[in-house]
Design a protein around this ligand. Structure first.
Ligand SMILES: Nc1nc2c(ncn2[C@@H]2O[C@H](COP(=O)(O)OP(=O)(O)OP(=O)(O)O)[C@@H](O)[C@H]2O)c(=O)[nH]1
Ligand SMILES: [Mg+2]
Length: 358
């Protein structure tokens, strides 16, 4: 193990969860525990869980990475990238905020789709605060536009329906505002004026405690949002030790990076029908030995992932290995294989075997 990369030490601290923390449901901590953790100066320690919600592709994972300052979650330009809850921990003086990146809320019929949406909706009542992400119309192909202004898409409406039913405090967060500076957006609105009809439309469906305009890409507005969230954190214990910024193990992070490369390099339906498991993760020597399997739904997909003369799987291996090396800060030997796990995304039992917590 080399220590050449700044990420290597913190990531190593992420292997295990404290026994008291398994899910945001554990936020109900007895006051005594909070008292123990009182920060110096007599101020109570503050901590809480923040659910990041939104339809697919609004930038939830980009936002998490930006706030934490590390790559915790994978990001791609395609919707439905995130499939499970990803935790990122932000430590501040006298407290900590635990951010929960979630899969995009959408309507889907497979077991995988339903699992993803369930993971997201579970945070609605379990978190202390919700960041509800939306994006301006220009950033989204999904918003139908018309002379009347803007109509919310089906997935946003579905999310808003759920949001209107929870009593958890909510922040309305419009992400990707950097795209508004690029020019006209919809018929009657240019630049940032285009946010107005969006905010009005969203507010018709649910009440929000505060509103923010941000760009997870450029960092604009992030500090103000984080400060506002900080002030709403309840008294609580330090759920995670100082220096730990995610609960994700290096092993599952490696699997996620491989999945990211599948999303980036393969088109059509393949990314949505692929899952990745790690068969071997041996970091006992300087070079990390990784052996991973890409599971696809059908025999025909296997050939596409392997590619002509193995070119595609080679490209996937190179891209994934490079990134895992960079982030874990050690040389990586990556072996990739493809396996057909027939209709895995429709089958509870296979999905559990592939590591999904159904
Ligand atoms: N212009 C711009 N693009 C952004 C911003 N935030 C995210 N994106 C892009 O939006 C796309 C989706 O980002 P993700 O972070 O994967 O979105 P997500 O909400 O996590 O998506 P799912 O996991 O699929 O639900 C990527 O191409 C990002 O680079 C932003 O502030 N500005
Ligand atoms: Mg995501």
């Amino acid at each position: 193990m080399t220590d050449t990369h700044e990420h290597s030490e913190p990531m190593k601290a992420t292997g295990t969860l404290p026994a008291t923390v398994g899910s945001p449901a554990d936020t109900s901590v007895p006051p005594a525990a909070a008292g123990d953790a009182a920060a110096a100066g007599g101020h109570p320690y503050r901590s809480g869980f923040i659910g990041i919600l939104g339809r697919p592709n609004v930038g939830k994972s980009t936002f998490l990475n930006r706030v934490i300052g590390e790559k915790v979650a994978i990001v791609t330009p395609k919707p439905q990238t995130t499939r499970d809850k990803i935790m990122g921990i932000l430590h501040f003086e006298g407290g900590q905020m635990v951010f929960l990146d979630t899969p995009g809320v959408h309507r889907g019929t497979t077991t995988l789709n339903r699992h993803m949406v369930q993971v997201a909706l579970r945070t609605l009542d379990d978190a202390d605060l919700l960041f509800c992400l939306f994006e301006p119309p220009a950033a989204s192909l999904g918003y139908p536009r018309g002379d009347q202004g803007l109509f919310l898409d089906d997935e946003s409406l579905l999310l808003l329906e759920h949001l209107s039913r929870t009593r958890t405090p909510k922040f309305l967060v419009i992400n990707k505002v950097d795209v508004l500076d690029e020019g006209p957006v919809i018929a009657h609105f240019t630049g940032r004026q285009a946010l107005q009809p969006l905010v009005e439309a969203v507010r018709q469906h649910a009440a929000f405690d505060e509103s923010f305009v941000i760009s997870a890409r450029t960092g604009e507005g992030i500090d103000a949002l984080v400060e506002a969230a900080k002030s709403r954190m309840p008294e609580g214990p330090p759920y995670f030790p100082e220096g730990m910024f995610t609960d994700q193990t290096d092993r599952s992070f490696a699997a996620e990076v491989i999945r990211e490369k599948i999303f980036l390099l393969l088109g059509q339906e393949i990314p949505y029908h692929s899952a990745v498991t790690i068969e071997e993760f041996d970091d006992s020597e300087e070079t990390l030995h990784l052996h991973a399997t890409i599971h696809v739904d059908r025999e025909s997909q296997k050939g596409i992932v392997i590619g002509h003369r193995g070119q595609m799987i080679r490209n996937l291996r190179i891209a994934a290995r490079e990134e895992i090396q960079k982030i874990l800060g050690q040389p990586v030997f990556l072996k990739l294989q493809v396996r057909v796990s027939e209709r895995w995304s429709q089958d509870d039992r296979i999905m559990k075997r592939l590591g999904y917590h159904l």
